[in-house]
Design a protein around this ligand. Structure first.
Ligand code: SF4
Ligand code: SF4
Length: 315
């Protein structure tokens, strides 16, 4: 009996050793040699594995960069230009500088402006709520306020403001990793160029209803009145589906549009009120000049018409 056990143990051990040897040999023989630069790149990347670069983690980003051999299409928003310079140095290629971005909240409909029209008592998740209904206020475009965006932020760069019911981005913590943008079922969050000296403006509304309907739903909704569009001398504003939007590429931050919005839904960041006041005064002067010019042209045209009439009568 003891011999049977002994032989069984010995033969199983022998089989185990043989299998290990085969596995070792196969792993050596068919090993895929990874480019050693991938390890070096991984060391300089922020190791947040947030996916903000569009890859499923920092190592995947390092592999993608090595395969691409160029940084034209690849950028780590968390590491920013400083880290990308180190990446370029490891690869021996040119760095590509990008303007820093930040997440912005495109909804101003706080509790005070957007009254509740029904009660939701389901799971506290924007994603789940969005599959069930359009929200507990009249506005189907606004923030649902349950903070899914805050939950996915790995950088503690957001919080839900209890007074407004809206998320707030903490400027110096946001890495523009895009996690909140992807998470929000209402597309309330958007990555926006941080701007020179962190100055930027954007329209904080996504409501596409017609003016009076939009304002019934939310007292500060964009009504699509197009006053901002008319004020912008740089074609930076469009009004589509009753909703104004600013193109950050075209906006020169002249600020002349800001006070044309009667509900002040053109949000400014890091811009002193004094500058907005000066820009408004400048716009009013320009409008007055244009109005006078138009009047003079009209009078001149009327005078010319009168003269022509007199000449015809004399003939
Ligand atoms: S911004 Fe989007 S994810 Fe964040 S609380 Fe509002 S609806 Fe929810
Ligand atoms: S700040 Fe000036 S350039 Fe920018 S959108 Fe407003 S009016 Fe246009």
């Amino acid at each position: 009996m003891n011999e049977v056990i002994l032989y069984t143990v010995l033969s199983l051990t022998g089989l185990g050793v043989l299998a290990a040897a085969i596995i070792y040999w196969v792993s050596k023989k068919f090993a895929v040699q990874e480019d050693e630069r991938i390890d070096k790149l991984e060391e300089v990347l922020p190791a947040t594995n947030c996916g903000g670069c569009g890859q499923p983690g920092c190592r995947a980003f390092a592999k993608a960069v090595v395969e691409a051999g160029t940084l034209e299409e690849l950028h780590c928003p968390v590491g920013g230009n400083a880290v990308m310079k180190q990446v370029a140095a490891i690869l021996g290629i040119n760095a590509v500088e990008r303007d820093p971005y930040i997440a912005v909240v495109r909804c101003s409909g706080s509790f005070e402006y957007r009254k509740k029209t029904n009660i939701y008592d389901g799971a506290s998740s924007c994603k789940i709520a969005a599959t069930l209904y359009s929200g507990d206020t009249g506005c189907a475009y606004g923030c649902l306020g349950m903070g899914d965006c805050v939950d996915v932020c790995d950088f503690e760069a957001m919080y839900m403001d209890e007074k407004t019911g809206l998320p707030v981005i903490i400027e110096d913590k946001c890495t523009a990793c895009n996690a909140c943008v992807k998470e929000c079922p209402k597309d309330i969050l958007e990555l926006w160029p941080k701007g020179k000296k962190n100055k930027r403006i954007y329209v904080a509304c996504l409501n596409e209803e017609k003016g009076s309907t939009a304002r019934k739903e939310c007292a500060v909704a964009c009504s699509g009145c197009a006053k901002c569009f008319e004020a912008c001398r740089y074609d930076a504003i469009t009004v589509t589906n009753n909703l104004a939007a600013i193109d950050p590429e075209k906006c020169t931050l002249c600020l002349e549009c800001v006070e044309t919005c009667d509900v002040r839904n053109i949000i400014t960041a890091n811009i002193p009120d004094e500058k907005i006041k000066h820009a408004t005064e400048h716009r009013i002067r320009l409008e007055e000049r244009a109005r006078k010019k138009k009047e003079e042209e009209k009078l001149a045209a009327q005078a010319a018409q009168q003269q022509n009439g007199d000449a015809t009568a004399q003939a």
